[in-house]
Design a protein around this ligand. Structure first.
Ligand SMILES: [Zn+2]
Length: 69
């Protein structure tokens, strides 16, 4: 996931919170951009952490909303 992608993402819970990137593993691409492999996106408004899993896929599912209730 590219760092610029964060600017178009917003928190699905409060729909207004800015997401703060806490990257734990990054690589530099050929163009010099930073690509995030794993890390956390934290909503500054409601404080929920969304994991960025192996491969750079952000999981923006609200943690308390499980689909099979
Ligand atoms: Zn939020």
């Amino acid at each position: 996931m590219k760092t610029e992608t964060i600017e178009i993402l917003c928190c699905p819970v409060c729909r207004g919170g800015d997401l703060e990137l806490i990257a734990t593993e990054t690589v530099e691409t050929e163009s010099g951009a930073t690509d995030i492999i794993t890390g956390i996106l934290r909503c500054g408004a409601c404080g929920i952490d969304y994991p960025i899993t192996e491969g750079g896929i952000p999981n923006l599912l609200p943690p308390e909303n499980t689909p099979d209730q």
